[in-house]
Design a protein around this ligand. Structure first.
Ligand SMILES: *Cc1c(COP(=O)(O)O)cnc(C)c1O
Length: 756
């Protein structure tokens, strides 16, 4: 039977239920179906609400509790809903007083988290005056590896943004797409070729819930295409206090050929990609409307969701607002974050395609009652810097229709303003990225901060939002800091050996080679980590420029070095896949094997192990092509020293004693010469600074010089490159101006601009 999809206007039948600024409870509530049909003993019923809230993804105690239910299925799935769907020996657990006590405490902590927040400075300052939540749109979200709807940095940043909005108890709602086949899983074959496999998620086993409309039925929204309607089911990922709506077109309401629209991230066919982004932008606005949620500010994280600007204009015009007034109202309440440094990285659609596919949707003339935004006006607003009238440029459209735009690091704002100045828009601000500390700091380190500094990463706001608090890392004894690091390193080594054993066995390596792995990846060996997307500008193979010189470093008898690589290359990026092949070949070459390793299937889990467990985080992109980068921040807050080109965040993050800078700030137009100079500098720093510092030990076998670098890495990043600092800036410089409110300065805290 065909369900009646929720139509526009239906939401007006009842008063909005999603958000009410007069209530002191600022959370946005989204009603859902109950979820998977697993059975819980009544005494442990709280596991249901724990498992369907991604809060566990940044709470180590909650994760440990799930692993106590069934360690094997937890380590296999790393997803509470999957764990609870297995047969479980509940009676044993019910008889275990320690388990029940831990359950009670974790649940109490969760309930306390969910109920709290009114006391947070954000609510004190703006709670009463903000007319609605912040509506945040992004094409991907990385909350946890068990919800594979992200491909890399953009998604992980969006996930960290949402988690932090939850920690700050901001009225906030996310909108995205539910990719049933996600992003590809990577294996590397015995010749070093990257192989792609797409997962097939069982939605009933994911930590998400089906959203109900105001009529109590599962909510489905629709987007009109020229000859048919495209439907999308609405799901909820609840992330602490923040709901994230995820749209899914793989439903029986749609024609077979339309069901795959949201199957995979950034689908390649241009027409289907356009459909995908229409669902995200237009469908996302309609889903919010159907739930009675009225954002006061709309945040476009990247241009993929730019059609939300058009849909909002259309809705205003349909209410009788004149077109230009409607555009102005949309513009004044929208903010936009740009993520790519070069214009080639921005999404464009052929204007004819847009006219044909989206023209009727927005222009009320062709289909009665659906709007009245002439597509030619939109194409005009979406003309790129080259003035090409045959292209719709999603970034240009977003820039022209936003109240403020920001780049993701200071250096990136310089590049972005250079690139986009011809557009006549305002200055692109710099709001440097950050990371969500509770997600990325390893348990041993987190414990150390809590024990010696009284610092709780869940609430770094409470420490005054200033760097000087973190100077107190000096109070952590060397030995304790070193031991916490070594524990995190050991966890990485165990994980990596295990992964490699599987890889080697699959490649048919001899049993002797598998045995070698037992001794490989020694915790005592200075370890470099390099993990990121393999695009050629990231120059992953720079360290192989001089193999003999590298081999001397790796095989030094007293002061050895090892390198762990990980990362995916986009399925369409042949040169990027070539880089993987080269690294793989090096890792198996007689000269380097046993000291160079490449781990498969880089995801948030591999990233966590690596940023928490290596000694040095290497990043050597070709400057200034890295907009920000965030993995180096994740490493630094774990006490891992960065060794990086002064690009992206490191250009402002490096302060001289918290790691090393490769090369300088001049860009050589001759790429070959630049690569050569950077490689020389990289070897020099390793030989003369990194290796000696690491291997110089005191009488307790602790490298005091090194722990000093570790301390400085932590102290200089944990506030400054946190998403908490980042959200303070978004509030003050982007959100409040777009909400028509004056950004106030909470007493005792420096403003973002002063702190920057
Ligand atoms: C943090 C992260 C990224 C982004 O890091 P970069 O420094 O931008 O490369 C990409 N992928 C995963 C899985 C991550 O956790």
């Amino acid at each position: 039977m065909r369900r009646a999809p929720a139509r526009l206007g239906q939401a007006n039948a009842k008063p909005p239920s999603g958000y009410d600024a007069r209530q002191m409870d600022h959370a946005v509530h989204v009603p859902t179906l109950p979820g998977a049909s697993f059975r819980l003993p009544p005494a442990l019923d709280g596991f249901r609400r724990l498992s369907y809230n991604m809060w566990w993804s940044w709470n180590p105690r909650a994760r440990a509790l799930f692993s106590r239910i069934d360690g094997l299925s937890w380590s296999r799935y790393r997803n509470p809903v999957e764990v609870l769907s297995q047969p479980i020996a509940w009676s044993e657990l019910l008889d275990d007083p320690a388990f029940k006590a831990e359950y009670t405490q974790v649940l109490a902590e969760f309930d306390h988290y969910m109920a709290g927040g009114q006391e947070h400075w954000f609510n004190r300052e703006y709670g009463a005056s903000l007319a609605g939540p912040i509506g945040y749109f992004c094409a991907e979200y990385g909350f946890h590896e068990s919800l594979g709807i992200y491909s890399g940095g953009l998604g992980v940043l969006a996930g960290d943004h949402i988690k932090t909005a939850s920690d700050m108890a901001m009225p906030f709602v996310g909108v995205g797409l539910l990719y049933k086949h996600g992003y590809f899983r990577q294996t590397i074959d015995a010749d070093g070729h990257q192989e792609h496999a797409y997962p097939d998620f069982d939605l009933a086993k994911l930590p998400i819930l089906r959203v109900l409309g105001q009529d109590g039925e599962p909510l489905t929204i629709s987007v009109e295409l020229p000859d048919r309607d495209l439907y999308a089911a609405v799901w909820l990922a609840q992330v602490g206090r923040v709901p994230v709506l995820l749209l899914d077109t793989d439903i029986p309401d749609n024609a077979e050929s339309d069901r795959p629209v949201t199957h995979i991230l950034y689908v390649r066919g241009r027409e289907m990609r356009l459909h995908q982004e229409l669902v995200l932008g237009t469908g996302g606005v309609r889903a919010l409307k159907a739930l009675g949620i009225k954002p006061a500010v709309w945040h476009l994280n990247e241009g993929h969701s730019a059609f939300q600007l058009v849909e909002r204009t259309r809705a205003l015009v349909a209410q009788g607002v004149a077109l230009e007034d409607a555009l102005e109202r949309v513009r004044s309440t929208s903010v936009f974050t740009i993520h790519t440094p070069v214009s080639a990285g921005n999404e464009r659609f052929d204007a004819e395609l847009v006219r044909r596919v989206a023209g009727p949707l927005y222009d009320g003339d062709s289909r009665k009652g659906t709007g009245g935004v002439p597509i030619d006006r939109i194409l005009e607003l979406a003309r790129g810097i080259d003035g090409d009238a045959h292209q719709l440029d999603m970034t240009a459209l977003s820039l022209r229709l936003s109240n403020a735009a920001n780049a993701v690091s200071k250096l990136h704002s310089v590049t972005a303003n250079d690139t986009w100045q011809g557009l006549g828009n305002k200055q692109i601000l710099a709001v440097t990225n950050g990371v969500h500390m509770p997600t990325w700091v390893g348990h041993p380190m987190r414990h150390l901060f809590s024990r010696h500094l009284g610092a709780e990463l869940d609430n770094i706001d409470a420490h005054g939002g200033i760097d000087s608090f973190w100077e107190r890392t000096d109070q952590i004894p060397d030995m304790d800091l070193w031991e916490a690091h070594q524990r995190q390193k050991l966890e990485l080594m165990i994980f990596a050996r295990n992964r490699l054993r599987h890889q080697f066995a699959r490649h048919g390596e001899a049993p002797g080679t598998l045995e070698e792995l037992e001794d490989a990846l020694d915790v005592g060996t200075l370890t470099i980590g390099f993990a990121r997307r393999f695009a050629t500008y990231k120059r992953a193979s720079l360290i192989f420029s001089d193999i003999d010189r590298l081999a001397r470093l790796l095989w030094n008898k007293d002061r050895p070095l090892q390198i762990i690589f990980a990362g995916k290359a986009h399925p369409a990026d042949r040169p990027g896949q070539g880089v993987i092949q080269e690294i793989f070949a090096r890792s198996r070459s007689p000269q380097l094997r046993g000291r160079v390793f490449i781990l498969e299937d880089y995801d948030m889990r591999v990233a966590r192990f690596m940023v928490q467990g290596v000694d040095v985080w290497l990043n050597n992109p070709r400057r200034p092509l890295e907009a920000s980068g965030t993995s180096g921040m994740k490493a630094a807050c774990n006490g891992v020293a960065n060794l990086s080109v002064l690009d992206g965040w490191w250009d402002e993050g490096w302060v001289g004693d918290n790691g090393w800078a490769i090369g300088g700030r001049d860009n050589n137009p001759d790429e070959g010469a630049q690569d050569y100079a950077d490689a020389q500098d990289l070897y020099r720093i390793l030989e003369q600074e990194v290796v000696p510092l690491y291997y110089t030990r005191n009488k307790d076998e602790v490298p005091e010089g090194w722990t000093a670098e570790m301390r400085r890495s932590i102290a200089s990043t944990i506030w400054k490159f946190s998403t908490t600092r980042m959200l303070h800036e978004y509030v003050e410089r982007m959100y409040m101006p777009a909400a028509g409110l004056e950004a106030k300065k909470p007493a005792g805290r420096r403003t973002a601009t002063e702190a920057g």
